[in-house]
Design a protein around this ligand. Sequence first.
Ligand code: ADP
Ligand code: MG
Length: 150
Amino acid sequence: MELLTNNDGETRKAGEEFGKTLSGGYSVFLYGNLGAGKTTFMQGLARGLGITHRIISPTFIIVRSYEIPGSHDSQQVQVIQKLYHVDLYRTQTRRDLEGVGLFDMLNDEYAVVAIEWPEKFGIPLPEKRYDIYFETLNENTRKIKIEKYG
Ligand code: ADP
Ligand code: MG
């Protein structure tokens, strides 16, 4: 699926709609240059999962985690209890990934793990994942391409 957005609000909205379709155990790999809209999309994605907490870029701390409100009461099988937002832009070594528990997060059936700059360390690609490509077409226009696997 491919779409164009003409401002950051439209990208946030696209993230929100996408977030509503997610189920537990999926990873979301976000590809694209600085300023292409990955974090903006994540703000919407979090809202789509019911998170009201403000989403700020995890750049300096690698990962931020958010509890999904009400998820523990749900009868759904593939319920999502947590969102992990990971940004590898400033991560120095592969060992840092183990340090923050990235591989445990990726194996958590009750979590969604969203990763900015996933290409940086050649993380093994999870079977259940979305690859999302962000492209800056001009100052305010972004192309967003979403591919689902598994
Ligand atoms: P990334 O996480 O990919 O580095 P951000 O989401 O942090 O990117 O930043 C995107 C920047 O581009 C913001 O300053 C935002 O205001 C601006 N922008 C302009 N047009 C758009 C658009 N259509 N979608 C998303 N962001 C946009
Ligand atoms: Mg970002």
